[in-house]
Design a protein around this ligand. Structure first.
Ligand code: ADP
Ligand code: ZN
Ligand code: ZN
Length: 817
């Protein structure tokens, strides 16, 4: 007897075991997919983890349905990494599997059964159960496996299906498992008959009365030049200016031949210019040498280089080195920083070797990158991607770069695995024994601390490229400006002056406001009522453009009411302001300037974000208003002024990382100013201009910020001096949630005493009709993390045994909460 342990793409604690035949056992390898039955009627795509001969003890192993791969699609490195991830982030391997592979790899569609219409059936030769299925197919053209199961009243229907197949009564519809279809592109070429000079001349002469057709023929040579590369039909249409019909006519006359080629979707259109790798300046060179030295000592290395210091060029050198050795390179970036700007820049150096792995790409494109990485194709030798690129089937990685390593969006919050991509990348690098570089102008406290404690190596670039000065920073006291009546809307006099100067000199301006919409709160000035989301405990945000009130947590929206719903008064007022309001005010303050807005509302759709960036780059926009989307690694040439509309909301966030984040965010936005030649200017408006963090931002005092934050973290027992696990409880019934969270917390306190905080409501205590409560477990450095987790898991087991708590969701976030 032969068995396989498989990973099912669902939250199961353990592997599940299935029976396979001897031949199947010989064929199967870890990392191949199999279709398996599960529960009463479900069929899942599962991943083989191990082939063995030990039957499961508790249950009788079922047979697999079918084998889905001819060779593994997941390699041993991945399986190891995923196991670590499940263990570390307290989720199941199945959840990691589900999140790791492109969704088309996981089709759960059940096999469909159809009547075989090409074969005459001898009804008398059918056994009873066979006849039942046959009969059902007279009434219903398609049956699913579980339907067959209830028709014949048996769990295992494979034998009957098998017999029906042999008797040619049914066929199985199997395409369901493999949805991936390669894309075909149409190409044209000149027919063989016209390849010689003379025949071509005769042809062109014969076409003198059809100028469009002869233009098409000439365009072929124009496109081809001397290279004889294949010509896309589309491209020919474009270059010749001829319509589809003209080209079709030529094909029908056998002058042109059309053919199709399977192309990779991830190919880049258009030509790329070949760039030479830039030579580094002395500061970049010193940093590069330091990085190499640290790599030789096998150390994780942090590149701390101020904004616009030329970190990307240093990465380029490292990648070049890596691919010279024939190894794969992975370049991780936060989703939003993965812009065409950067991709184009890297493609300019590395051409076809660059693949992009991105959630905005469709399933087909992702599968292609997956397969290219798996096969170690040279076109995927360099992968740029967002956090999910970590899951690709690398087998020969030489270098991992985590750019903007401080970015909070490297953390996945939902669904599980709730991992941090930077930390998971470090583990991955360790598994592959490869180099890893973290890069940032504002390193996370954790990473910088690790360089201080000697755990990581450090390389620094303290000057901007070309010796451009760091932007000049100015704080504006909004309290004083308001008192002196110097405000116009949300703009101080200073900010207005500076915008005017910039516009006069033909320079561009970026304005940052960390809130979208028009105003976060609408309030009745008579009774104080403000409209709330019915599903969440938050006020609805006013979006003036659509005259709507919207919830930013669940998407609920309603039309703005003319009068207060509580008292009927029409004296409605707004509180606070968002990007939409800033944009509106600009239109009256600077009617001549072209303004635009970049936030979640204006960047929906595949290219929304790119369009705005391109328009700004090409100076079709003078003033760009936006949320933190603006901060991510953009390199604009002509921005001389950055205005922070209000720093206050960033300062008053109830989170131990709030000050660190505020420093990073403001420094990064500020870094968009004055990246070439002229020194940039940054104006920060705030009601708290004397706040320590703002001082540190304006004096570029990262070290000061670091020291102060480290002191606070130590005092209040937060990372990096402590570890934390946050446990969130979620349920739609308020009372049950409270009881459940309290029960769990009692168990935790028994095990860990005073290092358990809560249960407490988070700032938004109800989202999508689910109440939330958090418990925080702080783990001192000396205490074993894995033992702590096992203890928590044990408490969860007894928790789940309490019937009224079973429906309460328990969610773990480790390290990053
Ligand atoms: P960072 O990523 O550190 O913010 P970038 O890599 O975007 O900085 O570099 C800032 C600007 O300086 C870019 O426009 C880049 O092309 C230019 N630059 C950086 N290094 C060099 C170099 N060695 N030679 C020429 N230009 C450079
Ligand atoms: Zn009212
Ligand atoms: Zn809501």
């Amino acid at each position: 007897m032969y068995f396989i342990d498989v990973i099912l793409p669902i939250p199961l604690e353990k592997f599940f075991t299935y029976r396979v035949s001897e031949t199947e056992a010989e064929f199967l390898e870890p990392g191949m997919r199999v279709g398996v039955p599960f529960g009463k009627s479900k069929v899942y795509t599962a991943l083989v983890f191990k082939v063995h001969r030990t039957p499961p003890e508790i249950y009788e192993a079922k047979e697999i349905h079918r084998i889905l791969d001819e060779s593994p699609i997941v390699n041993a490195f991945q399986l190891k990494h995923w196991k670590w991830m499940a263990q570390y982030y307290m989720c199941s391997l199945g959840e990691v599997f589900r999140s790791a592979v492109p969704s088309a790899f996981l089709l759960e569609s059940e096999t469909l059964i159809l009547r075989n219409t090409s074969h005459e059936v001898d009804e008398l030769a059918l056994k009873d159960d066979e006849f039942l299925v046959f009969e059902a197919l007279q009434h219903q053209s398609i049956l699913k496996v579980h339907e067959v199961s209830s028709i014949v009243d048996k769990k295992n229907v494979l034998p009957v299906l098998h017999r029906l197949l042999q008797k040619k009564v049914i066929v199985l519809k199997e395409e369901m498992y493999e949805q991936y279809k390669p894309k075909l592109e149409r190409f044209v070429k000149l027919s063989h008959a016209y390849r010689s000079e003379e025949s071509l001349e005769t042809l062109l002469e014969s076409l003198t009365r059809a100028p469009q057709q002869s233009q098409v023929i000439l365009s072929i040579f124009q496109i081809q030049g001397v290279s004889k590369k294949p010509i896309k039909t589309k491209e020919l249409e474009k270059v010749s200016g001829a319509s589809k019909a003209v080209i079709k006519a030529l094909i029908e006359k056998d002058i042109l031949e059309e053919y199709t080629i399977k192309v990779d979707r991830v190919n880049y259109e258009g030509e790329h210019e070949e760039y030479d790798v830039k030579s580094l300046n002395e500061y970049q060179q010193i940093a590069l040498d330091d990085i190499h030295r640290n790599f030789n000592d096998k150390r994780v290395t942090l590149l701390y280089g101020v904004t616009s210091s030329g970190k990307t060029e240093v990465y380029v050198q490292l990648i070049e080195n890596c691919i010279q050795l024939g190894k794969q390179a992975l370049y991780l970036l936060p989703e939003i920083a993965l812009t065409t700007q950067l991709i184009t820049r890297l493609q300019a150096y590395f051409g076809e070797k660059v693949s992009v792995y991105h959630s905005k790409y469709n399933v087909q494109e992702r599968i292609e990158v997956w397969n290219n990485v798996l096969a170690q194709k040279s076109k995927a030798q360099i992968v740029i991607g967002a956090r999910s690129a970590l899951f690709l089937p690398f087998s020969n990685v030489g270098l991992i770069i985590v750019d903007e390593e401080h970015e909070g969006s490297f953390k996945q919050f939902d669904p599980a695995p709730r991992y941090h991509a930077r930390d998971a990348a470090i583990v991955l690098a360790n598994l592959h024994d490869c180099n890893i570089l973290l890069g940032s102008a504002t390193p996370s406290i954790e990473s910088f601390y690790n360089t201080r404690s000697g755990k990581y190596g450090l390389a620094e670039i303290k000057r901007r490229y070309g010796n451009v000065l760091m932007p000049e920073m100015e704080l504006v006291d909004l309290k004083e400006q308001t008192r002196k009546k110097r405000m116009k809307g949300h703009f101080s006099e200073r900010l207005l002056e500076e915008i005017q100067t910039a516009l006069d000199e033909g320079e561009q301006v970026i304005l940052f406001q960390n809130r979208r919409g028009y105003a976060p709160i609408v309030e009745c000035s008579v009774c104080g009522h403000s409209p709330q989301c019915p599903n969440c405990d938050v006020s609805l945000t006013y979006h003036q453009y659509k005259k709507q009130l919207r919830c930013h947590y669940c998407g609920y929206h309603m039309a703005l009411q003319e009068s207060c719903q509580a008292c009927g008064s029409s004296a409605l007022d707004t509180k606070g302001f968002g990007t939409e309001q800033v944009e509106k005010e600009l239109e009256t303050l600077f009617p001549e300037a072209k303004t635009s807005r970049m936030d979640l509302d204006t960047t929906r759709g595949k290219h929304g974000y790119e369009k705005i960036i391109t328009a700004f780059e090409q100076q079709e926009i003078d003033i760009l208003v936006g949320t933190q989307m603006l901060t991510k690694g953009l390199d604009f040439r002509n921005v001389s002024l950055v205005g922070i509309m209000s720093a206050d909301s960033l300062l008053n966030f109830p989170d131990y990382r709030a000050h660190e984040r505020c420093f990073q965010l403001l420094t990064q936005v500020a870094g968009r100013a004055g990246r070439t030649k002229k020194r940039g200017k940054v104006i920060i408006q705030s009601y708290n201009p004397y706040h320590q963090i703002l001082k540190q931002v304006t004096t570029h005092d990262y070290e000061g910020m670091f020291k102060e934050q480290m002191y606070e973290r130590e005092q209040y027992k937060y990372p990096p001096k402590n570890r934390i696990i946050r446990i969130t409880f979620k349920h739609k019934e308020y009372n049950r949630l409270n009881e459940a969270a309290e029960w769990f917390a009692r168990g935790l306190r028994k095990a860990f005493g005073g290092s358990v905080l809560g249960p407490e409501y988070p700032p938004v205590a109800r989202i999508r009709n689910q109440y939330l409560k958090n418990v925080m477990v702080k783990i001192p450095m000396g205490q074993s993390l894995s033992k702590t987790k096992s203890a928590i898991k044990r408490i969860e087991k007894s928790f789940d045994a309490v019937s009224q708590y079973r429906s309460v969701r328990v969610i773990y976030n480790v390290d990053h909460v």
